[in-house]
Design a protein around this ligand. Sequence first.
Ligand SMILES: [Zn+2]
Length: 228
Amino acid sequence: MSSSLRQWFARVLVLTQLINGALCWGKEGHYTVCKIAESYFEEETVAAVKKLLPKSADGDLASVCSWPDEIKHHWQWRWTSPLHYVDTPDYRCNYEYCRDCHDTHKNQDRCVTGAIFNYTMQLMSASENSDTTVHYNLTEALMFLSHFIGDIHQPLHVGFLGDEGGNTITVRWYRRKTNLHHVWDNMIIESALKTYYNKSLPLMIEALQANLTVQSYFLYEAPVPVCL
Ligand SMILES: [Zn+2]
């Protein structure tokens, strides 16, 4: 399980980067990101992921990739809301973990990059050392990680504090009045589905897959973030 799961993390990272800019991340966006990643799983990876998935997923990771969005408004999961994005100071076109990765109460590590790091570590440590004394909920860790990897590639999930990642910027998308964040999350994909794919998500996924050029990928060992 360890090597296949490791490879899978690396692949999801690379694949989501490859399709960055083409997708947005409402339910369809997350489903698409995970479905494409799944198509690159090796047999061993399929088995490792299946073992962790809840029964309701019926062996399909993509079907639970929106789970973190579905639960984030329930009171017991409200703490996870800041984990879906990270904002930087306005017009500062760089990102610094220690400056930017916190929730509105300044709790450090409560942002999308902190969450990706945390859930990756949970899955890695469990796969490397099965008799670890710390028992994480690896099913939740897998569903969170798959979701947050998608979120971080939605451009406005890494946006500016002042406009709340485009949420306070009112725009018109064709005839509908909405905000810029929502356009990226849902409306671009909705329009693309309607205009180019006869409202068929499988057709759109197939077209995106055909345009992907997967070259080599490697496992990037991120340094442990330490904020003084
Ligand atoms: Zn999200």
